[in-house]
Design a protein around this ligand. Structure first.
Ligand code: APR
Ligand code: ZN
Ligand code: ZN
Length: 361
């Protein structure tokens, strides 16, 4: 049976998104219907709204959600109705040749549900990153709904679905940060703060936070940064070299998505160090690098996509870390808002006032 809900729709590029009545069709084979309980407002939703990541308007925004499975489609053996789940915007299989070598972003077996959400006037919506969680209900592929401990409440748990997993996974899986390492993080927004937290959990000895905003640097310290560098005060590369006895760091992370800061992250690492690119640049951006410098770079540059995670393995693990007090998700939630307040939340994000606003449904 088709149900009626409410969701945040972006009709045209660059225009404000509004709450609309949404028609949600039942889950098809291999799909599940989820009642969304909370959804974080991530930077990528803003990109969707502005039209900078796709042109399949209208979009149903939101892609960082947690909720309860309300119905399952034909052939679904897991999850079950009533399960508490975090939604994954990509759910690699875990078994193919790419998953087996820790490159799950290349997995071809990661599926989304068919688009099941429509506007009241019958227009099929494109769910952001295939899931569309700024909505009372959404339909996803069964593997995208990952059961986790109910001891991690929805407002916190939803963050695991995108920003937190991206940052922590970049540390644990893409970089494999070792105990005692030195780390620099360029950009301390929602993703960078999670990189910092991941580095703390991995027992990095020195965690240098780089940003241009003082409030972000203060949050960075709360998440575990040991040294703060405001890039407005001078060359951050020089500051990082000075903090590491002239060598540079073992691991540098770029969590902004700009060519200048990617170059800084490359030069801020030790000769034998690794630079991890997380920030997604605008498609027009180019990197201008003398080829000769590749001789000094070696295998230094790695790209991290969704933290190279396997949601079925990693979401329950992170929810458990929260339950044990090892993963701080409370501090990442700057504001809890209603479905009707996503526009002001996007504005607050653009002004740099928030790490995360979370829609509580
Ligand atoms: N030097 C240092 N920090 C900078 C600079 C700069 N030149 N320019 C911007 N920043 C800081 C901002 O002040 C902000 O704190 O980078 C941070 C970016 O954080 P957010 O805007 O909150 O973005 P976030 O959600 O963390 O995502 C970062 O990762 O997943 C990708 O698409 C996402 O590309 C985006 C990136
Ligand atoms: Zn996101
Ligand atoms: Zn796979």
């Amino acid at each position: 049976m088709t149900i009626t809900g409410r969701g945040v729709v972006a009709r045209r590029a660059g225009e404000p998104a509004h709450v609309e009545e949404i028609l949600i069709d039942p889950p098809g084979p291999g799909e599940v219907l989820v009642r969304v309980q909370a959804s974080g407002v991530c930077h990528t939703d803003l990109h969707y709204k502005l039209g900078s990541v796709g042109n399949d308007f209208p979009y149903l925004l939101g892609h960082e959600g947690a909720g309860i499975v309300e119905a399952v489609g034909e052939g679904v053996t897991a999850p079950a109705v009533g399960d508490y789940v975090i939604l994954a915007w990509r759910a690699p299989c875990g078994n193919c040749r790419f998953c087996a070598i820790g490159q799950p972003h290349l997995c071809a077996a990661s599926l989304n549900a068919e688009p099941r959400m429509r506007t009241a006037d019958g227009v099929t919506l494109s769910p952001a990153l295939g899931i569309g969680t700024f909505c009372t209900h959404t339909v996803v592929a069964a593997r995208q709904a990952v059961p986790v401990s109910t001891e991690c409440p929805p407002v916190q748990a939803c963050l695991i679905g995108c920003g937190v997993m991206t940052g922590i996974g970049a540390v644990l899986y893409t970089a494999s940060v070792r105990r005692g390492s030195t780390v620099a993080v360029f950009g301390c927004g929602g993703v960078g703060a999670s990189v910092i937290q991941g580095a703390r959990i991995a027992h990095a000895a020195k965690i240098i936070a780089v940003d241009i905003a003082e409030n972000k640097l203060n949050w960075a310290r709360e998440f575990g940064a040991t040294d703060l560098v405001n890039a407005r005060d001078g060359d951050p590369v020089a500051a990082i070299k000075e903090l590491t006895g002239g060598n540079g760091v073992d691991f540098s992370f770029e969590a902004i998505g700009r060519p200048e800061t990617l170059l800084q992250a490359l030069w801020a690492r030790d000769l034998a160090g690794t630079c991890v690119l997380i920030g997604v640049p605008d498609p027009t951006m180019r990197l201008d690098l003398p080829i000769q410098q590749f001789f000094g770079l070696g295998g230094a540059l790695r790209v991290s996509w969704y933290g190279d995670c396997l949601p079925s393995r990693d979401f329950p693990m992170l929810a458990d870390w929260y339950r044990r007090g090892d993963l701080d998700l409370d501090r990442a939630v700057t504001r809890v808002i209603t479905l009707d307040e996503t526009e002001p939340a996007f504005e607050a994000m653009e002004r740099g006032e928030t790490l995360r606003s979370v829609v509580h449904l």
